[in-house]
Design a protein around this ligand. Structure first.
Ligand SMILES: *[C@@H]1O[C@H](CO)[C@@H](O)[C@H](O)[C@H]1NC(C)=O
Ligand SMILES: *[C@@H]1O[C@H](CO)[C@@H](O)[C@H](O)[C@H]1NC(C)=O
Ligand SMILES: *[C@@H]1O[C@H](CO)[C@@H](O)[C@H](O)[C@H]1NC(C)=O
Length: 274
């Protein structure tokens, strides 16, 4: 998650430089049952055999495509490449279930604007198709898109991001959060229209600010009512301010249409996720 620019100290840079930034966890959550979210990917920069700290998450939507946030676009120096790691649970050891697949293309819907934070969505094309098995599987997109989610709806989000501002966590974490209505989220004591919380965004959190996504969770999927609903985008600077809840890209029809046009495939509906 990217902190909002309008808070002091906050920077997209934290995410962009994430490989050098020791950290990543969900706030107030708990470890997931290993491999219970077989669509989860973490994104990692690699140079030779050197692996950097994961900088973002994502979801496998077909065997050759991962969906993530546009602010996760990563400049790649020569000799480096990006990979999506699927079927992983722990970052601290190699697991036989892992598939490390090279990313050959980063396709944001449009150049990401870190002032408006709009359209924070990006497709990643994999060089080889993931092998679908008990550890790795796709997360189906909501066929016609999601127009909105009622406030109070319970959702979950998972990631390898920060659990606290200073500690590193090694296993996939998840947390339950609730939808906060857009008007509240965009109002004076919340984001105050800076940036505007648009109809293509959804706010989630917890009234006490104890549960949220945080740095390093960006790009990961938000699941509400068993549907793939959103993508981790941004939040307040320390991820625990109840008036700066998590803001996610909402998977509206316009985004589903864009995904279809890029990957050129019809997508199955996903009433049953698990
Ligand atoms: C926001 O984007 C502008 C233009 O691309 C860039 O110069 C600036 O460094 C970015 N700011 C942050 C905080 O990433
Ligand atoms: C978190 O940081 C504290 C202080 O450095 C350390 O004692 C503790 O073991 C750390 N926990 C984890 C899970 O790394
Ligand atoms: C957000 O708040 C601003 C200022 O009150 C308002 O102009 C804008 O229409 C609001 N946006 C939405 C999507 O409600």
């Amino acid at each position: 998650m990217t902190p909002s620019l309008y808070n002091p100290l906050v920077l997209l840079i934290v995410i962009i430089l994430a490989p050098a930034y020791p950290g990543a966890k969900i706030i107030g959550g708990h470890e997931v049952k290993p491999h219970s979210r077989p669509y989860m990917a973490y994104l990692q920069l690699r140079k030779g055999s050197k692996l950097f700290v994961p900088y973002c998450g994502g979801a496998l939507i077909t065997p050759k495509w991962v969906l993530t946030a546009a602010h996760c676009e990563m400049p790649i120096a020569s000799g480096q490449f990006l990979q999506a790691v699927l079927g992983g649970h722990s970052l601290s050891k190699y697991e036989k279930s892992e598939q490390r697949l090279r990313i050959i293309k980063q396709i944001p819907i449009t150049k990401f604007n870190n002032r408006t934070m709009k359209d924070d969505i990006m497709l990643l094309q994999l060089k080889t198709a993931a092998k679908i098995n008990q550890y790795v599987n796709v997360l189906n997109l909501p066929k016609g898109g999601i127009n909105d989610m009622k406030s109070g709806t319970t959702c979950t989000v998972a990631g390898w991001g920060k659990t606290k501002i200073s500690n590193y966590s090694y296993t996939l974490q998840e947390v339950e959060v609730k939808v906060i209505d857009r008007r509240t989220c965009n109002s004076t004591y919340y984001y105050n229209n800076r940036p505007e919380i648009t109809k293509d965004m959804i706010c989630v959190g917890d009234s006490k600010g104890r549960r949220n996504a945080c740095y390093g969770d960006s790009g990961g999927p938000l699941i509400c009512d068993k549907k793939y609903t959103g993508i981790v985008s941004f939040g307040g600077k320390d991820c625990t301010d109840p008036q700066k809840p998590g803001v996610f890209t909402l998977l509206t029809k316009k985004y589903i249409d864009w995904i279809r046009s890029v990957i050129g495939l019809p997508l199955k509906d996903a009433e049953e996720l698990y």
